[in-house]
Design a protein around this ligand. Structure first.
Ligand code: 5GP
Ligand code: ZN
Length: 113
């Protein structure tokens, strides 16, 4: 398996893991774009939103739940934050394992792209 996120899940490469359960894991982005920049991902290797089957759909809800909880822990619940899922080449997806970015701790740009 040459997926970098699967290797973090397997503990084969280090990651600053902040949360995990049976289906979701969250860790700090290696190149933070904001004071808080976390990645929330399913443990199952789903390449992108496009590959999300109906059966896998509930994992998105779990990822949002974990993101909200981590935002609280990071102290940015009140100030605000942004959840982003890039999909495909023109959507800016570089790692082909579904992931949600949690960004906050500064005023984010109003531009979405
Ligand atoms: P994408 O552009 O695919 O939505 O975002 C991929 C994110 O994964 C980028 O923000 C990048 O910094 C992060 N990333 C890439 N490789 C690693 C890694 O090995 N460890 C961690 N923690 N983050 C990574
Ligand atoms: Zn993977």
């Amino acid at each position: 398996m040459d997926c970098i996120f699967c290797q973090i899940i397997a503990g084969k490469i280090p990651g600053e893991i902040l949360y995990q359960d049976e289906e979701v894991i969250a860790f700090r982005d290696i190149h933070p774009m904001a004071p808080t920049h976390l990645l929330i991902i399913p443990k199952k290797h789903i390449p992108s939103l496009t590959h999300l089957s109906e059966t896998d759909l509930p994992v998105i809800g779990s990822m949002v739940e974990v993101a909200n909880r981590l935002a609280e822990e990071e102290g940015i619940s009140e100030t605000g934050y942004r959840l982003v899922v890039n999909c495909g080449e023109e959507g800016g997806q570089l790692v082909h394992h579904l992931h949600m970015h949690l960004l906050g701790g500064r005023r984010l740009s109003n531009e979405l792209g």
